[in-house]
Unconditional design. Structure first.
Length: 442
């Protein structure tokens, strides 16, 4: 490249960056050679620059010898295009202008590469480490648990402004080619300015499929990721996010926990059965309460029917208003527990729930048995191991409840059939949502 062309490119690149305190243009001189360096110091590791550029520059006397060093070093890449150079500088690279040549030194600083313990998907037994916010660290964690030559890593960029690095991981021997192609088409179809985390893909799948239930799974566990790789799934890792996205995902994946494989056979099956019982309980319990108290009290034994009626004798409005009042109160408490600071969140929500529940019962706004119903429904919802699925289930119970208000026990049964029919209609990148086929981990 001619000297005037390099000068022109240099001025063009500098012009694209507005004057800012963290933009640095540095010149280095010796008797034999001269180099210009351009970088953004807040996202560059200046320690690496000292090690890989400044120190060798003053140690290597020969002009030709330093040029050979720049051309052969693995962290230094040659110039390809002006746009790519600008993108690399924005992400933490340094541009080197030397001997009518342009190089890129990879000095990206990675401040989030520490491995943290799991906080969302905790287990008593098994590994306790989770992903970090560093893309390279997360790939390393997966490769340590999945040391297979067939493990493939594809990279891409997402976000017109954020230009976020995204990696696709899959086992080339086990992955379904059609599913892999559908995943790639789905990712390439996403138009977004700021792509910060893989969890944003949940919103895109729901918008494209109008789906209530998630058709992909978000996990913070490297061991769950490795097991799904062996099952032929596609994994998506996003720079800056401590979560991996698993595609495709069906209902049995959303109801499974890593605790199942770290327990004995019958204990694992018992825990799985317990989750499905909790799923049915949290979906149907509010609707059943309305149906049995307002429409079909004959289902109860006489003593229980009298006990329920006696509990509600001071409540001045129908049972469905009582249920809605308590369910909304519980939803507010759950959201408050997430938004409040960790130091006061558990205490505030626990005390608030006890005080509100006791006061509402004493004031005759709700019955004692209603407190039990709402508490049991909330606890059952917490048993579901994947948060995105448990949030969808929280919404589903209102559909069953609405039908029970108009049709009683028949409405609950019809609502369950409609919910199952809706699940049957869903698919996750070609895989039926309610499939029972077991993936063989061979």
């Amino acid at each position: 490249m001619a000297s005037h062309e390099v000068q022109k490119l240099q001025e063009s690149i500098k012009e694209q960056f507005q004057k800012s305190e963290d933009v640095v243009f540095k010149e280095l001189h010796t008797n034999e050679k001269y180099i210009e360096v351009f970088y953004i110091k807040t996202i560059c590791d200046e320690g690496q620059m000292q090690t890989f550029l400044i120190k060798p520059f003053f140690e290597i006397i020969s002009v030709r010898g330093f040029l050979n060093y720049l051309q052969s070093h693995p962290k230094i890449a040659p110039f390809e295009s002006q746009q790519k150079t600008v993108n690399e500088v924005i992400q933490g690279a340094a541009v080197l202008f030397y001997q009518e040549k342009i190089f890129l030194l990879d000095t990206k600083v990675d401040k989030n590469n520490s491995v943290i313990d799991t906080t969302v998907e905790t287990t008593i037994l098994g590994p306790q480490s989770g992903f970090s916010e560093s893309l390279s660290t997360n790939i390393g964690l997966i490769r340590n648990r999945y040391p297979a030559l067939s493990l493939m890593v594809d990279s891409m960029k997402m976000g017109t402004i954020s230009n976020t690095s995204v990696n696709l991981l899959y086992d080339s021997r086990k992955v379904d080619k059609d599913t892999l192609e559908k995943v790639k088409q789905f990712l390439s179809s996403i138009q977004i300015e700021m792509f910060q985390s893989g969890e944003q893909l949940l919103d895109f799948t729901k918008k494209s499929q109008r789906s209530l239930f998630p058709t992909l799974m978000v996990t913070e566990r490297p061991d769950r990721t490795a097991i799904n790789l062996a099952a032929g799934k596609v994994i998506i890792l996003v720079a800056g996010s401590p979560f991996a996205v698993i595609m495709p995902t069906v209902m049995k994946d959303l109801m499974a926990s890593m605790a199942d494989i770290y327990q004995t056979f019958w204990i694992g099956k018992f825990l799985l059965l317990l989750r499905y019982i909790a799923l049915m309980t949290t979906i149907t319990l509010p609707g059943l309460y309305v149906a049995l108290t307002s429409y079909n009290p004959e289902v109860f034994r006489v003593q229980l029917a009298l006990s329920v009626a006696g509990s509600r004798h001071a409540v001045p409005y129908p049972s469905f208003i009582e249920v809605f009042l308590m369910l909304i109160m519980m939803e507010l408490l759950l959201e408050a527990s997430i938004r409040l600071p960790k130091a006061i969140g558990p205490t505030a929500t626990t005390v608030g729930g006890l005080i509100l529940g006791q006061a509402a019962t004493a004031a005759g706004l709700v019955s004692n048995i209603m407190i039990i119903i709402v508490s049991l429904g909330a606890i059952s919802n917490f048993v579901i191991p994947v948060n995105t699925f448990s949030f969808a289930v929280r919404i589903s119970k209102y559909f069953i409840l609405a039908l029970s208000i108009f049709f009683g026990l028949v409405g609950v049964i019809i609502g369950l059939f409609m919910l199952i029919a809706y699940m049957v209609s869903l698919d996750s990148f070609g895989k039926p949502f309610l499939t029972l086929k077991e993936e063989k981990l061979t």
